[in-house]
Design a protein around this ligand. Structure first.
Ligand code: ADP
Length: 469
């Protein structure tokens, strides 16, 4: 017999026995009274528990299960066990849902849950930021009322979701990739990703390939034209030598371009910091000054101004190539008779400053922020005529980035330019005493006696790191 049933019979049986006992002792009248009182007590006990269970079942959801006695102890204990178990499941379920919600919040892309009619159910913080949604205010609103770009509305209407749709946002401005992903029975999820950078990279790659092809096309056309001419016609030796010389110039241009491209690609692909080593600045400045004179063929005055000898921590070859590019530009963009000054000093705060100042053609302010972009030239024909590839300052920018150094450009059209490299203090060690090479350099200080034109260069702009090419 079941426990509850058994326990339920105990009280009526006790009343029955008591009634019989009273009958035997005191007679039927007293027995009837005893039976009535016993029955009332049993019924009252059950009614009381019935009321308790009714109160609990209709009361608040988290109310405790009431305690039961006698035959009610068993069902109440069973209900209590079930409620505890259900609460545990609910708790676990809540934790799982909370974990999923946190995971969805942590996704770097925007996620919006939509119902069958594409009304918003939920959106993570990234989606709210990207699409301008405000939760919970926008819950239940159609997504096309909030993302109104015609291409997205059409995408939602057509129901063809295999590919994402690209949507331009004018507020930021930025380019978003939006894709609807069906899941469950007829729910969908909208994934939003900011692809502005990716698109800019793709465009840069396309532009770069177009630029390289264009740069190679001109010299190749010239060379192949000369080859055909030399094949078809018989030239006297002097004429022939002239043509071969011109072909050689074009071949050198291509060689320079390929060399610069390889340098740039090596710099771009190396994410590791440069192979740092300590090197003295003054000998490097002397080498640069000698290079400048060789490039100038005596057509310019080359001055060297050394404020303080120092040791720099960095990759000497990379920095020599960057500084060399600035020196070569100064010579190439300064008409004969001008002055190029190569300078070095150490700031009070320990930062090193390498500067090349020229009295050349200068640069209009609107060009300055773009000079370090690959193939950006102010005057294409002048650059080409002087053997420029349009990659020099892009190489400079990359070398400086790798040394956490910055490039500052000050220039005035028709009067000259100053390209200044600022090297962080932790890469510069002041020389304890004047070394012999600094003494030699000091002899060269002010060589040519030309004044520094940067003092009067009014247009100044720091080239932002990580932009441009
Ligand atoms: P390029 O090989 O054409 O010289 P760079 O990247 O070295 O390429 O320089 C980019 C452009 O910046 C040049 O084409 C030129 O227009 C301008 N430029 C660079 N240095 C100077 C300078 N010292 N004076 C005037 N213009 C300069």
């Amino acid at each position: 017999m079941k426990a509850a049933f058994r326990k339920g019979l105990v009280a009526p049986a006790a009343v029955a026995f008591a009634t019989l006992a009273v009958w035997a002792v005191a007679g039927p009248l007293w027995a009837l009274g005893c039976l009535g009182a016993g029955a009332a007590a049993v019924v009252g006990f059950h009614l009381l528990h019935l009321q308790r269970v009714t109160d609990w079942a209709t009361g608040s959801l988290d109310a405790d299960v009431p305690a039961g006695r006698g035959s009610w102890a068993v069902p109440f204990a069973a209900i209590h066990r079930r409620v505890r178990l259900r609460k545990k499941y609910q708790q676990e379920l809540k934790q799982v849902i909370e974990r999923f919600r946190r995971a969805a919040e942590a996704i770097p892309d925007g996620v919006v849950l939509l119902d069958a009619r594409h009304h918003i159910q939920w959106a993570n913080a990234r989606a709210q930021a990207l699409l301008g949604l405000a939760m919970p205010i926008d819950r239940g609103r159609p997504i096309v009322n909030l993302v109104r770009q015609p291409e997205f509305v059409r995408y939602v209407d057509e129901g063809e979701y295999a590919e994402p749709v690209l949507v331009e946002q004018s507020r930021e401005p930025r380019l978003l990739s939006l894709q609807i992903v069906p899941f469950g029975v007829d729910e969908t999820m909208l994934l939003a990703r900011d692809v502005t950078q990716l698109e800019a990279l793709a465009r840069m790659r396309r532009d770069f390939i177009a630029n390289v092809s264009h740069e190679l096309k001109t010299p190749l056309t010239v060379v192949s034209g000369f080859i055909e001419t030399l094949q078809d016609l018989d030239f006297e030796p002097r004429q022939r030598a002239r043509y071969l010389g011109l072909m050689q110039d074009q071949a050198r241009n291509m060689q320079r371009l390929v060399d610069d491209l390889l340098t740039l690609s090596a710099l771009e692909s190396e994410h590791d910091p440069p192979n740092d080593a300590e090197f003295a600045v003054v000998p490097l400045l002397l080498e640069l000054s000698a290079d400048a004179k060789a490039l100038s063929h005596g057509e310019h005055e080359v001055a060297l101004e050394i404020g303080e000898a120092a040791v720099v921590v960095g990759n000497r070859d990379e920095l020599r190539s960057a500084f060399g590019n600035l020196v070569s530009n100064a010579i190439r963009y300064t008409p004969p008779g001008g002055t190029v000054t190569i300078g070095w000093s150490v700031d009070d705060d320990g930062r090193g400053r390498f500067a090349v100042t020229d009295t050349g053609i200068g640069i209009a302010p609107e060009h300055i922020p773009r000079l370090t972009e690959r193939f950006y030239r102010v005057d294409r024909s002048r650059s080409r005529a002087t053997g420029g590839t349009g990659l020099g300052l892009a190489i400079v920018k990359h070398v400086l980035l790798r040394h956490q150094a910055e490039l500052e450009i000050a220039s005035e059209p028709g009067r000259g330019s100053t390209f200044r490299v600022v090297i962080p203090a932790r890469r510069v060690r002041r020389a304890p005493s004047t070394p012999p090479d600094a003494g030699d350099a000091a002899l060269q200080r002010g060589e040519g006696g030309a004044p520094r034109p940067d003092a009067r260069a009014p247009t100044s702009s720091a080239v932002p790191r990580g932009t441009g090419s």
